[in-house]
Design a protein around this ligand. Structure first.
Ligand code: DON
Length: 316
């Protein structure tokens, strides 16, 4: 919490549970605000009045408040793990196929792709994530399975699974993503059959996890690349790069505002989740399904803003 002069008081002095309870009280008025994503009909069935927040520290402790053990659809949060898995295997092959600049456009925008000749601006907009999934599929033979296995292992829960109803709903209403993928294929930037790449993308987006599981599964980025079992997924440089991309591109065309308010590498999803990394310290995940016009959880942004303001745990 900030003292009277606005300086951050060490969070070590605070009970984490009390901090999370305080944040939940603070943001209660925002829960239910915004719109639940309905362009994937299966997501529209989730009640907007849910809120959960979990904090996992690098030493493996876990704290949570509200619906933090309830599973929700990861959606674009899953793009962080597909990117990390590709970078762990073959960083070089992404170069030239996807950029590292914020797009300033909506996450599913088609227009920039034509100007930029089938090379997506960054790996977190849908077009960029489709390229990443395509490459992960080439490298592993099972892109969605690779993401699922990684998440099960990091969350230490083998019941984590792909929600088949959400995946089917995404595929059924996936014309825009298929258009993006076909467009890139025309430029030679999708190497597997478009329907295969898209199917693996829809399926990893449809993995359901709780805030608790997602925070634990993202700790490798707070540990500069080291997994839960102590093995290294990414070199320090690789973890720095994923965190940098989350900072600059993780909230799409609201990334500037998000950095301004929260100041942490983070990734949002239209399921209403946001995962954030405090390098060297912790990973957090917040979930509340009401979204703003950019596709970011309204109460989730409010909660992370409160968290970094109260603790001083921002990268700035
Ligand atoms: O492809 C889609 O549209 C979804 N599977 C993911 C989009 C998403 O989560 C955007 N995030 N805020």
């Amino acid at each position: 919490m900030a003292d009277e002069e606005g300086a951050a008081v060490s969070v070590d002095d605070l009970a984490y549970d009390a901090l999370l309870e305080w944040i939940a009280d603070e943001v209660a008025p925002y829960v239910g605000e915004g719109r639940v994503a309905d362009y994937i009909p299966a997501l529209a069935q989730v009640s907007p009045d849910r809120f959960g927040l979990a904090l996992a520290t690098v030493d493996g402790r876990l704290y949570g408040v509200g619906d933090y053990r309830e599973r929700f659809s990861l959606q674009s949060i899953s793009k962080v793990y597909s990117l990390a898995l590709v970078m762990a295997r073959d960083d070089g092959r992404l170069r030239g196929r996807v950029g590292v600049e914020p797009s300033g456009n909506a996450f599913n925008s088609l227009i920039q792709l034509e100007y930029e000749r089938g090379i997506p601006r960054n790996p977190f907009i849908n077009a960029g994530a489709l390229v990443v999934t395509d490459l992960l599929h080439t490298l592993t033979g099972d892109a969605a399975g690779a993401v699922l296995d990684f998440l099960r292992s990091e969350a230490d829960d083998h019941t984590v699974t792909i929600d088949g109803a959400v995946a089917a709903s995404e595929a059924e209403h996936g014309d825009l993503n298929l258009a993006l993928a076909h467009f890139m294929a025309a430029y030679g930037n999708i190497e597997n059959p478009v329907d295969v790449a898209a199917d693996h993308y829809f399926r990893h987006c449809s993995i359901a996890m709780s805030c608790a599981e997602t925070a634990l599964a993202t700790l490798f980025l707070a540990r500069h690349g080291v997994r839960a079992d102590g093995s290294r997924l990414l070199p320090v440089l690789g973890a720095k790069r994923v965190n940098a991309l989350m900072m600059t591109c993780g909230a799409y065309d609201a990334a500037g505002e998000f950095a301004f308010r929260v100041g942490l590498p983070a990734k949002s999803g239209v399921g209403g989740g946001i995962v954030a990394v405090v390098p060297g310290r912790a990973a957090l995940c917040v979930w509340s399904p009401g979204l703003d016009q950019h596709g970011n959880s309204v109460a989730g942004v409010e909660a992370l803003d409160r968290f970094t303001t109260a603790t001083g745990w921002s990268v700035f």
